[in-house]
Design a protein around this ligand. Structure first.
Ligand code: HEC
Ligand code: HEC
Length: 428
């Protein structure tokens, strides 16, 4: 009954959302267990079925669940110490990304433990497919295997059982609860608990499973709210609708962004309307771009530690796939101008710096990488054996000392264009 009502909203997204809360936020302290490469397809329906088999005595409506989810999302009661909510890291005023320029955010009971990865924006994830090693996209060319695609988190390590949904709440690096039941019990005692009783029935907290199901369901339904999570209200959207202009600099930036011999950005961050769908500036694929090691992260103080993305160590199921080492999911560039930490390890803090890195990675490696034994250790966050995995198409490539794919004024134009991707409700 209840499941039948929820599924039409978006069954696929619903299943994914557990994966999200499950795998995505759980930082280093909660590695995903080994699983088949494409668990979403194989495991999700059964796991989701038992999750949705949960009966509530009242059917909550989507608007009711959205509003409860909104409250929960910003409710510090969700953390053990009462000092952190989802919104602490995923701030609605910054496109559900962090409000500050820290490379990674602080969590744990004392809000003093630095995470391993930069916090992503939660906007424009509504079309994110479940993780798959082999992706065929009929909009590009149905016969071409696009390789690993999708899944939540920088390494796509979406796991699909709803039990895993407990991880961000229980991760020691994040909200640090001993278990989800204690979170449910706190909510049940609070004024918000009464609103859950109105929406789902008096007995919603009668057993902990039903209580946690209600909480997690509201969080995910909220994250599917179009007005909050995919408003398509940027100046570029107005331009695509034929209702707004771009300045000459922004237009030049767009052309450079699309040009395969210049920025070539659109090859991974698509910018065009396809089949009537507005672009999300990501193909949800994975690439190794060779981001410099962020020596300010506590985890990186250990010289033997490498965050290799798709091949682990956070995600365990693809560890034997050395060809994936260094691969991270292509992030959306919508609202990228409101971010102040870039790439999976948050190593850069300005957009022009990101652009300079792209075009100078191979032409001026000495500017970007540390020295080891008196020599430049180019691509220093990727062990030598995996450096063949690096993408070398434009804007990368070129021999050291040769001209970069974009010059300074071209970089300014691309940055001007990226600023047109900021939604109307955010600081412009
Ligand atoms: C301490 C900071 C922190 C808190 C608090 C936090 N998150 Fe996250 N979140 C992260 C980080 C870091 C990632 C990326 C993790 C990775 O890639 O390994 C992430 C990833 C995600 C993603 C996946 C996004 C994507 O691009 O695939 C979702 C969805 C998400 N979080 C939702 C939530 C929800 C819901 C809550 C509250 C229950 C929450 N987060 C609380 C830090 C946080
Ligand atoms: C080969 C695919 C590819 C190309 C080409 C590419 N990118 Fe990316 N981009 C990625 C991947 C993958 C990441 C994440 C890498 C990581 O964090 O390790 C990324 C990250 C970014 C980020 C950081 C966003 C964030 O939220 O941290 C920005 C900004 C960006 N790209 C802009 C561009 C621009 C502008 C161009 C063109 C000059 C471009 N990219 C070309 C794949 C690509």
């Amino acid at each position: 009954m209840f499941a039948a009502r929820v599924r039409p909203v978006s069954r696929r997204l619903t299943i994914l959302a557990f994966a999200v809360i499950a795998a995505a936020c759980g930082n280093r302290s909660a590695p995903a267990p080994a699983a088949a490469p494409a668990p979403a397809a194989a495991v999700a329906p059964a796991a989701a079925k038992s999750f949705y088999a949960q009966r509530f005595s009242r059917r909550a409506s989507v608007p009711e669940m959205t509003e409860l989810g909104r409250q929960l999302f910003s409710d510090p009661q969700l953390s053990a110490a009462g000092n952190m909510s989802c919104a602490t890291c995923h701030d609605p005023r910054f496109a559900y990304a962090p409000p500050n320029d820290r490379s990674t955010q602080l969590g744990g009971p004392g809000l003093d433990t630095a995470g391993l990865r930069a916090v992503p924006s939660l906007r424009y994830l509504q079309t994110l497919p479940p993780f798959s090693e082999h992706h065929f996209d009929e909009a590009v060319d149905e016969s071409v295997d696009q390789g690993p695609t999708g899944g939540h988190g920088w390494d796509g390590r979406a796991d699909t059982t709803h039990d895993q949904a407990r991880l961000p709440l229980t991760s020691k690096l994040e909200m640090a609860n001993p278990d989800v039941d204690s979170v449910v019990a706190r909510v049940a005692r609070s004024p918000l608990g009464d609103r859950f009783r109105v929406a789902f029935g008096e007995d919603v907290f009668a057993d902990p499973t039903r209580g946690s199901t209600a909480l997690l369901l509201c969080l995910e339904v909220f994250q599917q709210s179009p007005k909050d999570f995919y408003p398509y209200s940027s100046r570029y959207d107005a331009y695509l609708r034929g209702k707004g202009q771009l300045t000459p600099a922004e237009q030049r930036g767009l052309a450079l962004f699309n040009d395969p011999h210049k920025g070539n950005c659109a090859s991974c961050h698509p910018s065009q309307v396809r089949h009537g769908a507005f672009p999300n500036f990501t193909d949800f694929g994975f690439n190794a771009v060779g981001v410099p090691r962020n020596r300010k992260l506590p985890a990186d103080a250990d010289a033997t530690f490498y965050d290799l993305g798709l091949c682990g160590p956070l995600r365990a199921d693809l560890r034997s796939h050395k060809e994936y080492c260094g691969f991270f999911r292509v992030p959306s560039l919508r609202n990228v101008a409101v971010r102040r930490a870039f790439f999976h390890n948050g190593v850069f803090h300005r957009l022009d710096q990101v652009l300079e890195f792209y075009v100078e990675r191979d032409t001026r490696p000495e500017k970007w990488y540390a020295k080891a034994g008196g020599r430049i250790d180019a691509y220093d966050d990727l062990p030598v054996a995996y450096r063949k995995n690096l993408n070398r198409d434009p804007p990368f490539g070129g021999k050291p000392g040769t001209a970069p794919a974009l010059n300074k004024s071209e970089i300014r134009d691309v940055v001007a264009f990226l600023k047109t991707l900021t939604d109307a409700d955010l600081p412009q």
